[in-house]
Design a protein around this ligand. Structure first.
Ligand code: SF4
Length: 254
């Protein structure tokens, strides 16, 4: 069983949510914010893979195509917009607003990259460090991650960069990706940051110098063992409002 940061964080937030979604395979309620995030990632990736040859309009077009395809597919599975998850508004308005927001965020990334010119890491064979899939054994658990960007730093080290469209940032994600990059690619990683699509800028860097494999292993091992013994207690709370399987949960606080 391959584990990921999102599995650990979901399990720690509410083991029952993990069970409903990943063991019982309850169909989650759709959310336009999730499609917006995926489509912005696709637009940023396309820009970087083109060697930043795409214009703002072309990158926005990538966003539009990805977002439209994803929302239409989700609408065909769940046409009742009242069941879509939103942050307060109605489903239709949310889908429309996030289309406009995502287009702006895609264009803003192009402007930011043009101004700051970060240098993307390249492997000796020429593979670029964008949406890099890394898998390694961490503390006896197989862990995988998709690293949004690996960026060259002066002095020869590499910085892990995660592209964020929402506000929730996970330091554990950066720590895990730093350990994976060191272990799988063999590069020196001392820090990490987030590109925040909401502001069109970088966060402050997160120091990873003291983050060891043993440090991140602890949480993966604890989650892996708990899942294997079938420990899925419910942890209801404020987060139930953002739970996409709450319709199947008898402990829901929504
Ligand atoms: S609704 Fe709340 S208690 Fe139920 S699975 Fe979701 S997060 Fe857990």
């Amino acid at each position: 069983m391959t584990r990921s940061v999102s599995q650990v964080e979901q399990y720690e937030r509410c083991p029952h949510q993990y069970e409903l979604q990943r063991v019982k395979r309850v169909t989650p309620r759709p959310a336009a914010w999730s499609h917006q995030g995926t489509a912005v990632h696709a637009a940023v990736e396309a820009h970087e893979r083109s060697g930043r040859a795409l214009s703002q309009g072309q990158v926005a077009d990538v966003f539009a195509a990805e977002y439209t395809t994803a929302t239409q597919a989700a609408l065909s599975r769940e046409p009742r917009l009242g069941r879509w998850m939103t942050a307060g508004t109605d489903g239709q308005s949310d889908i429309e607003a996030r289309y406009i927001l995502g287009m702006d965020q895609a264009r803003a990334y192009v402007r930011w990259a043009e101004e700051h010119q970060p240098e993307i890491w390249k492997s000796p064979s020429g593979e670029i460090g964008v949406e890099k899939h890394l898998t390694a054994d961490i503390g006896g658990v197989t862990v995988q991650g998709y690293v949004d960007q690996l960026v060259n730093r002066s002095g020869g080290s590499v910085r892990v960069r995660d592209v964020k469209t929402g506000s929730t940032k996970s330091k554990f994600q950066l720590q895990t990706y730093g350990v994976l990059a060191r272990k799988v690619i063999g590069v020196e990683v001392n820090d990490a940051d987030w590109y925040m699509a909401k502001t069109g800028n970088l966060s402050r860097p997160v120091d990873l110098t003291g983050v060891t494999e043993d440090f991140v292993a602890e949480r993966f091992v604890a989650m892996d063992q708990a899942v294997k013994v079938g420990a899925f207690p419910a942890k209801p709370g404020f987060h139930c409002r953002f739970c996409d399987v709450s319709h199947a949960c008898r402990f829901s606080r929504t």
